[in-house]
Design a protein around this ligand. Structure first.
Ligand code: ADP
Ligand code: MG
Length: 314
């Protein structure tokens, strides 16, 4: 702990400020220290804005996970939202409600974790708000970014006949602790978008079944048929799940922070050839039904939490 940091809120902000802005991003005219930051976004690009709040006991357990892991995750989940628009993350603001008893140590840990994530993606910290209280830790990150010249990718552009893709293996993230170490797919989304138009995209925070549902809902009420055998199940699942069905974990667990996207059938081959980690898991349809097809030919109804065990569709 530095001399500054022991001097309350202002010492802490000085401590953070000293560690920031050595490498100002091209957006930032004025960083931490004034009433506002001043930004000069790139002309002609759309500005992306997102915010996510994490609360002790709900999204992490401070006692178990430590403040550094919390800071790392808090910024990472926001970067994942920018990735889901095929955007470039630029600047962050971090607001914290600190438990009074260990306020300074926690704030420093949060900052170190957030900085490690920020450095990986060239994100600059341009402001925040610091409060202490008798309640648990709450951290809220606001992240701004920009689209490429091809524009942002929304949830609403899926078309019947599109292939449904995921960028990595799913499930077991919460049980294994992997949710604390998100790997936002920023570069991958940009690289795909460079070689083919992505019709619709979302990052997988609430589980594939539910999040794919958001794409289908927002795209005018489309349907889907998933291939159960093609859904990549994360190695974290078997150890965590043991007796129950690993597929259900892949469909429903959440906090994988992989991307789910849809692309036109003509672009599919090129994308799969170029990005071997990407898996085609199904197809978008014009019917309202959302189904999952098993290797033995059985077809079941997909629900927001996985699939319906009882209702096999003829
Ligand atoms: P004001 O009262 O005008 O909002 P503050 O005293 O809260 O100003 O903050 C002073 C400066 O420090 C501002 O530039 C603010 O963005 C920044 N700041 C405050 N807390 C944090 C934090 N946790 N992380 C980064 N910057 C912070
Ligand atoms: Mg303030």
């Amino acid at each position: 702990m530095s001399g500054h940091a022991t001097r309350g809120e202002f010492g802490l902000i000085e401590w953070i400020r000293e560690r920031t802005a050595a490498r100002p991003c091209p957006w930032t005219t004025l960083g931490i220290g004034d009433d506002c930051a001043i930004l000069a976004p790139t002309a002609g690009r759309g500005m992306l804005a997102t915010t996510d709040m994490l609360m002790d006991g709900r999204h992490f357990v401070l006692e178990r996970d430590g403040a550094e892991a919390v800071g790392y995750k808090a910024l990472g989940v926001n970067i994942s939202d920018i990735a889901a628009m095929a955007g470039v993350p630029r600047v962050a603001l971090i607001a914290v409600a600190l438990p009074r008893s260990k306020a300074v140590a926690i704030a420093q840990g949060l900052h170190q974790g957030a900085r490690a994530m920020a450095d990986r993606f060239n994100v600059e910290l341009v402001g925040g708000d610091t409060n202490a209280w008798d309640g648990p830790l709450v951290i809220s990150v606001t992240l701004l970014g920009e689209t490429t010249e091809r524009g942002g990718v929304t949830r609403s552009g899926a078309q019947a006949g599109d292939a449904i893709l995921v960028t990595g293996a799913l499930g077991g993230s919460l049980q294994s602790g992997r949710h604390l170490r998100p790997e936002p797919r920023v570069e991958l989304a940009l690289a795909i978008h460079r070689i083919a138009p992505i019709h619709a995209m979302i990052d997988l925070s609430d589980g594939l079944a539910g999040d794919l549902g958001h794409i289908l809902d927002e795209s005018g009420g489309k349907g889907a048929i998933l291939d159960a055998d093609q859904i990549p199940i994360h190695a974290d699942v078997p150890a965590a799940a043991r007796d129950d069905d690993p597929l259900e974990h892949a469909l429903a667990d959440g906090e994988d922070f992989e991307l789910c996207l849809t692309v036109g059938p003509h672009d599919l081959g090129r994308i799969l050839a170029r990005f071997p980690g990407i898996r085609r898991i199904g197809i978008v349809t014009d019917e309202s039904a959302r189904l999952i097809r098993f290797g033995d030919g059985q077809i079941k109804e997909l629900t927001a939490r996985g699939f319906d065990h009882l209702r096999a569709t003829p």
